[in-house]
Design a protein around this ligand. Structure first.
Ligand code: GTR
Length: 465
């Protein structure tokens, strides 16, 4: 009796002290919105759930109203055969899942690299950012034709680096000139969404310089030895529905009888394709360590980063920040933003086939855990925010958890925990990283610091290419 009590006590003590070994770093003694201590598994604040439910009565913000659902098994082939080894995953199941996402969710991008693409470094300053970094601006012309579709990559690389620099690439919402106040950054002349700071008649103004700098802690990134590359997403495709007449679509679309196919690429796919074109450039730039490029994105651009990383295995690390529906969150939970809502509000983001699944989530041949699984065995990081229930933090965590068996099959530790961690208790020991930050929908320095912690570990052990 005494012995078994002792054993239980020892086990309890051991399980508590073994927490950090599982990758949960201790440090934040805070509380979630719900008043749940941060060391307990995260739960949405009941007050927030109530307030949001009142505001949007048609949207589900309550765990109790999540319907019963069954996720498709990433490790079962479409003919019903179990996938039991890495070879079958690699040669059969992974291509099958990729094809399902192409056909039913994001659409099909051109398969081959554009033939006549050209790259022009139009700015180079080796003593930028008070001497801390080299700044480059590169124009990538996708067709090589004068006035053809093109994007500008803005790159900062730390001058302290002696070797090619591991680099984060991230699309931005407001133009490259918004990420910091460096006056030498070309002011974007592209179409911009209104409602953004200092955008007049859909164009950026001088006043918009540096307006998004809180989302790009450049100095901190450089200090930690990383490079930053960023591109205005509207260079690749302006974010409004015009029937795919602008951006890169018309240059590469193969119309059938004058029309687009139901699986033709839409905007998220085009943005992801643009990230691959940036990777084409990195492979030609000796200052960038192209074996250590992390692709990162926030919100709709987090969805984009995941699809970019799934399609293109040159990205060594893939990071989704608050990506939600059509990103890291499981669609079948119908929590927060749903497939129908997103397809209605943003008809140009996903391919037409995806619209068949409005209110038919159980019929989608994939769910978003399979998007995470496509990244395996490469490291992936998913970040949620406590108040961002529209993006379904729990649904984002569950995608990670349900992708983990694929990592295991590939002999890599996936997620370090079985339960959703507490607020700001990052899970970082496996190859699937996760955290839920306090606050709302945003890309904060806290997020960047955790991504860099994760990159420090995984970039030190690059073995996958
Ligand atoms: C919201 C959209 C989300 C998210 C967000 C963003 O309006 O519903 O899916 O992507 O925009 O990109 O800021």
């Amino acid at each position: 009796m005494f012995k078994s009590k002792l054993l239980i006590t020892l086990l309890t003590v051991f399980s508590v002290i073994s927490f950090p070994v599982e990758g949960i770093s201790v440090g934040n003694a805070g509380f979630t919105q719900s008043g749940v201590p941060a060391n307990k598994s995260w739960k949405a604040s009941p007050e927030l759930v109530e307030a949001l439910t009142k505001r949007r009565s048609g949207t589900n913000y309550s765990e109790q109203r999540v319907p019963k659902y069954t996720l498709p098994n990433p490790l079962v082939l479409s003919d019903g055969t179990m996938v039991t080894n890495a070879g079958t995953w690699r040669t059969k199941r992974r291509p099958e899942i990729l094809e399902l996402f192409r056909k039913y969710v994001y659409g099909r991008a051109p398969v081959a690299k554009p033939k006549n693409m050209s790259f022009k470094v139009f700015d180079l300053d080796k003593k930028a950012f008070a001497g801390l970094a080299a700044r480059k601006q590169v124009n990538v012309n996708f067709t090589g034709e004068k006035d053809g579709p093109a994007m500008d990559i803005l790159i900062y690389l730390p001058n302290s680096a002696k070797t090619p620099v591991p680099t984060f690439v991230i699309l931005n919402f407001g133009g490259n000139h918004t990420i910091c106040s460096d006056p030498a950054i070309k002011l974007s002349e592209r179409w911009m969404r209104t409602g953004r700071d200092a955008v007049v008649k859909n164009r950026a103004t001088e006043e918009s310089r540096g307006r998004s700098s809180s989302r790009f802690p450049l100095e901190k990134i450089l200090e930690r030895g990383y490079g930053l590359a960023t591109i205005y997403y509207g260079d690749i495709d302006p974010d409004f529905h015009d029937g795919f007449k602008n951006g890169v679509h018309p240059a590469f679309d193969k119309l059938i009888d004058g029309g687009r196919e139901p699986d033709a690429w839409a905007s998220i796919c085009a943005w992801a394709w643009g990230l691959s074109r940036a990777m084409d450039y990195f492979q030609r730039d000796d200052d960038i360590d192209n074996r250590r490029v992390a692709v990162l994105g926030h919100s709709r651009l987090g969805k984009t980063a995941l699809w970019a990383g799934a399609r293109d295995e040159r990205f060594a690390l893939v990071i989704s920040n608050n990506s939600g529906c059509g990103g890291a969150a499981l669609s079948r939970r119908r929590f927060g933003e749903t497939v129908e809502r997103i397809n209605t509000n943003f008809p140009h983001w996903f391919c037409d086939n995806f619209k068949k699944y409005n209110s038919q989530e159980d019929a989608i041949p994939v769910d978003q855990h399979m998007l995470i699984a496509l990244i395996a065995p490469r490291p992936v990081y998913v970040a949620s925010a406590d108040e961002d229930l529209w993006a379904d933090p729990r649904g984002e965590f569950l995608s990670c958890k349900n992708a983990a068996p694929v990592y295991r099959l590939l002999s890599v530790k996936g997620l370090g925990v079985g339960q959703m961690p507490g607020l700001e208790r990052p899970v970082q020991k496996g190859s699937i990283g996760y955290h839920v930050r306090s606050g709302g929908h945003n890309l904060a320095e806290y997020d960047w610091q955790r991504f860099m912690d994760f990159a420090d570990v995984h970039f030190a052990a690059v073995t996958w290419n």
